[in-house]
Ligand binder design. Structure first.
Ligand SMILES: Cc1cc2nc3c(=O)[nH]c(=O)nc-3n(C[C@H](O)[C@H](O)[C@H](O)COP(=O)(O)O)c2cc1C
Length: 328
């Protein structure tokens, strides 16, 4: 009896601790997310610029880009650049300079593909060119399946660097065996105490994939090209105590990284798609899938398809190594 009571009190304490830890997460995120006007870190301003720049490079990387797309987004991007300058952050940073390079590439892209010229945009970009000593590789890159295959068989750095998020796919459905081989490799991803909480759901029927495609938020502009989505979940019931509360996302992240590499190795192009969705939308996702239990959280989706013979992808330029690796 006394033992039971002790166990009950211990559980109550643990649950209370969990509530406080989640509240602490909430407070930290509320304080530091970049929509909070109080947040004025260099990282927040660069993230806003990178995200907006990515919208432009992504638009150019689609199979059917639109004439003059994204002009409003570019105007927002100019505002973000001005704000970055006003706050006095270094203008030799890659995210800042990359934005300028991508806008320049966009101007060229629109002229070459659609003979579309926007004088106002040409005038506006002039003001920023002084910050970029030289326009570097940015925006989109053209690639071919044969080049890609060479890199896949190359040394690790070449293989690793040749994986990109791809938003153009061939119209062939991905064979189950190719997915299976890839998941088998991805299962080598490290997991907390080897608990292996992730699962991958694959649906061979067109209806489920089409319905997922309609509900997923990040596939705009290439939704019609995706034949298959993988759903990566993590099982909450593999973890205990408050300190493990984020483990499902850490594991799913590592697993997904291994998986996209493994898919690439097996000749399958992919694009991770976020699932930062509301509980209501997650219920809808689960209704569509119809076989994901309540104890599993959908961490993310992966759009997959075979590479086309020729395609474009977004460069997604990385930051400078010295801004990422900090040594003391
Ligand atoms: C957690 C996560 C969520 C992502 N969500 C989306 C998305 O919703 N739509 C999309 O087109 N790309 C998405 N991506 C792909 C990123 O845009 C891409 O990884 C990034 O620009 C770097 O480019 P790379 O993968 O080609 O190196 C996501 C990537 C991650 C890791």
């Amino acid at each position: 009896m006394l033992e039971m009571l002790r166990a009950k009190v211990a559980l109550m304490k643990k649950n209370n601790q969990m509530k406080n830890d989640y509240l602490d997460d909430y407070r930290l995120y509320k304080r530091w997310n970049y929509k909070n006007p109080e947040t004025k870190t260099q990282c927040s301003r660069e993230a806003r610029i990178l995200r907006q720049t990515h919208v432009i490079e992504k638009g150019m990387s689609l199979s059917a880009p639109r004439k003059g797309f994204g002009l409003e987004k570019i105007n927002d991007l100019f505002r973000f650049l001005d704000d970055y300058i006003t706050l006095g952050f270094p203008t030799d940073s890659i995210p800042f300079q990359n934005a300028i390079c991508v806008i320049t590439k966009y101007i060229e892209f629109q002229k070459n593909n659609f003979n579309f010229v926007n004088e106002e945009l040409n005038r506006k970009i002039e003001k920023y060119l002084k910050y970029v000593p030289e326009i570097f590789e940015s925006g989109i890159k053209h690639a071919s399946l044969s080049e890609m295959q060479k890199s896949i068989n190359g040394q690790f750095p070449e293989f690793f660097m040749s994986r990109h998020s791809i938003r153009q796919f061939s119209d062939k459905t991905v064979a189950y065996d190719d997915i299976k081989k890839s998941v088998q490799l991805a299962m080598k991803a490290p997991t907390a105490c080897n608990r292996q909480a992730c699962r991958v759901y694959y649906y061979s029927d067109n209806r489920t994939n089409a319905e997922l495609g309609k509900l997923i938020a990040g596939n705009t502009g290439f939704e019609n090209e995706v034949k298959n989505y993988l759903v990566v979940t993590s099982d909450l019931s593999a973890f205990y105590d408050s300190f493990e509360r984020n483990q499902i996302y850490i594991e799913a992240g590592l697993f997904a990284m291994a998986l996209v590499q493994a898919l690439h190795y097996n000749g399958i192009a992919s694009c991770i798609l976020q699932n930062g969705e509301t509980p209501e939308k997650n219920t809808q996702f689960k209704q569509i899938c119809d076989n994901i239990p309540e104890n599993e959280k959908i961490a993310l989706f992966i759009a997959i398809g075979y590479y086309k013979d020729e395609f474009n992808y977004a460069v997604s330029k990385r930051k400078n190594i010295n801004d990422v690796l900090i040594s003391k």
